[in-house]
Every structure is written in C-alpha cells, then in structure tokens.
Write a protein that binds this ligand. Structure first.
Ligand SMILES: NC(=O)c1ccc[n+]([C@@H]2O[C@H](COP(=O)([O-])OP(=O)(O)OC[C@H]3O[C@@H](n4cnc5c(N)ncnc54)[C@H](OP(=O)(O)O)[C@@H]3O)[C@@H](O)[C@H]2O)c1
Length: 311
C-alpha cells in the first residue's frame, strides 16, 4: 500500500544542489507552490540569478565547511539533499558528500522529514541482475568518477547515523538514471552518436538501467518524504520500466539517423537496473514512458537533430 504524500504547499523547503541537472526542475516546480531556499556554493555567480528568477531564495554555503552550514536557517519543514561533488579529491569529496549531509541534518534536525538523494552507483556490479536495496555495495563508478561510489556510500552511512541519533524522519532514495527536458546521460549519448564518438558499454549486454523522468521524480518527492522514518527508509528510485543503453541509443538513432558505435569495455559501469518491488509498494509506479521522455528531451534541447519534426 503506497504512502499518502505530504502536502508541500506553503512549506519552507531547503533544496541543496539546486543548480544541478537533477534538482533544477525540482526547484522550478516547488518554488511555485512553496517557500524554497536553494543552497549551493554558487561557484558560478550567474547560477544565483537563475535560481532567484525561479522564485527561490539562495543560501551560499559549502557542505564541506561545517561553519557555513551552521549559519543557515534551522527551521525548514523539509530538506531535499541533491548536492554532490565529484572533484576526484577524496578528502574534499568525502567531507562535502559524507560529512556534509551530517552537518545539514544536524542543523535541520527539527525538519518533518529529510530526503537524501543517493545513487545506484553504491551497488557492487552484479551483471544483469536487478539490484535490491539489501544487495552488496561496491565501488561501482570508479572507472569514470574515482570518489563517487565511495562518497555516496559514506554519505548514506552518515545520514543514517544522524537520523537515528536525532530521531529525524529520513528517506534515502537511490536514483537510477534521472533525465528530463534539461538533459541526462542519453543526451550525451546522442551527442556522441552525432560526433561519431564510440560509446563504451560493458560486454555483458544489454546494459540495463531504469530511466527516471523529471516529471516522475518531482511527482514522487511528496511520497518519498511521507515514507521517511527515523530508522531511515532506503529505497531504489528509478523508472518502473527497465530499458538499456543499447535500446535507448537505437531509439535515438530512429529519431535522428545517427548511428551509435559501441565499444566493449569490461570496466564500463555495466548494467545497473533496479528491483522495483520496494519502490512500488511505497510510492507506486512511475508514469512517463522512456521513449516519450527522450523524444520530448530532443524536441526541447536539439530539435534540429530530429529527422521527422512532426512525428
Ligand atoms: N545525474 C545523474 O545521472 C545522477 C544519477 C544518480 C544519482 N544522482 C544523484 O542526484 C543528485 C544530483 O546530481 P546532479 O547530477 O544533478 O549533480 P550536479 O549537476 O553535479 O550538481 C551538483 C550540485 O551540488 C552543488 N554542490 C556541489 N558541491 C557542493 C558543496 N561542497 N556544497 C554545497 N553545494 C555543492 C552544485 O553547486 P555549486 O557547485 O555551485 O556548489 C550543484 O548545484 C546527486 O546526489 C547525485 O548523486 C545523479
């Protein structure tokens, strides 16, 4: 039985990592109905104006720096932690991603619920097997992002510790492949196909994932917050439909005429699809069909590459 979603209308919400690909549409959506504060380092000054134009207030802080986090307001109703850093420097990345969620939760311990976004990159590689929340963890994304998987695992651990220590209702959502009208992994694949650049895939084909459209993750956030408990609910978060790099590149090829060149690499991330049972039982199924989502993305971001602009 799915949980009853919380009502975010008029609530004071903190969203970290607001300028990123995943959180930007979330800020845009919730700033229309709630009192949204957006926290980042704002390393690019122009990002601040983009966020403020959406109707959110900005808070400049570095999650690696306890003092800057402790200076933000402490009376948020809900916290959505999307911030992530993958600089490749273990000290900094563990501090910002791992310790950072700890500082944030300690500061915002009176929140009704905290939603921490993790990644399926925390799972050990296990071929085509859909990954359950209880499956072994591992350094999955080392080949491309040396600190990422380890820092995301560290962040989950700190998150659970602080939630239990302070009895903060918390959910950890392990994202598969988020995408939308502002981009995503498959958009880079389209650009690689256009440029004739080989796409590295694991030889254990197909390379399965669960694409999750922004419309769906925005719609499910109130459910994920409702599922929060101080014991911490950890749940996979991807599209209900499973697809693969091979399938979505074939579909992009149909839309654009660009041909993918696949190059086998046993060190590529490899298939990382999710077992959806726990997700479906808590928050229900997602709605956006992956083909429609990709078509919409290309219509928005690169209409010139579409062969049939009407169809
Ligand atoms: N994108 C994906 O395909 C994917 C897949 C699975 C899971 N996820 C998860 O989804 C979340 C969002 O990912 P994303 O791809 O949207 O990230 P992103 O595009 O790299 O954006 C990261 C955001 O975090 C902020 N940030 C970075 N370091 C910070 C620090 N030290 N203190 C405060 N803010 C900081 C950045 O702003 P400043 O640089 O200005 O601080 C930016 O707003 C992450 O938790 C990620 O692990 C993403």
């Amino acid at each position: 039985m799915a949980v009853t979603p919380v009502d975010l209308t008029g609530k004071k919400i903190l969203i970290t990592g607001p300028t990123g690909q995943v959180a930007l549409p979330v800020v845009e959506h919730f700033a229309r109905i709630a009192d949204v504060y957006a926290l980042a380092r704002f390393s690019k000054a122009e990002d601040r104006a983009v966020i403020e134009a959406l109707g959110a207030k900005t808070l400049q802080a570095d999650l690696a720096d306890a003092r800057s986090v402790m200076s933000i307001p402490d009376d948020f109703d809900y916290v959505l932690n999307f911030a992530v850093v993958k600089s490749g420097n273990f000290d900094y990345d563990l501090a910002a991603n791992g310790e950072g969620i700890g500082y944030l939760m300690t500061r915002c311990k009176s929140a009704k619920a905290i939603l921490h976004f993790s990644s399926t990159a925390v799972y050990e590689y296990d071929g085509l097997e859909p990954r359950k929340e209880t499956d072994p963890l591992g350094d999955n994304h080392r080949v491309m992002f040396p600190t990422y998987s380890i820092a995301k695992i560290a962040a989950e651990t700190v998150c659970r510790f602080v939630a239990r220590q302070h009895q903060i209702p918390t959910t950890i959502a392990r994202l598969s492949v988020p995408y939308g009208d502002n981009g995503g992994w498959m958009y880079f694949h389209m650009l690689m196909m256009k440029g004739g650049i080989p796409i590295e895939v694991h030889p254990d084909a197909p390379n399965y994932y669960n694409l999750l459209h922004a419309d769906d993750y925005i719609a499910k956030i109130p459910y994920l917050l409702a599922a929060a408990t101080p014991e911490v609910t950890t749940v996979n978060f991807g599209g209900s439909q499973r697809t693969s790099i091979e399938e979505w590149c074939a579909y992009i090829s149909e839309l654009t005429g660009f041909e993918p060149i696949f190059k086998n690499n046993p060190k590529a991330f490899g298939s990382l699809c999710i077992d959806t049972e726990k997700m479906h039982s808590l928050i229900g199924e997602t709605a956006v069909d992956w083909k429609q989502g990709i078509k919409r993305q290309l219509e928005k971001l690169a209409p010139e590459v579409l062969i049939n602009k009407q169809g």
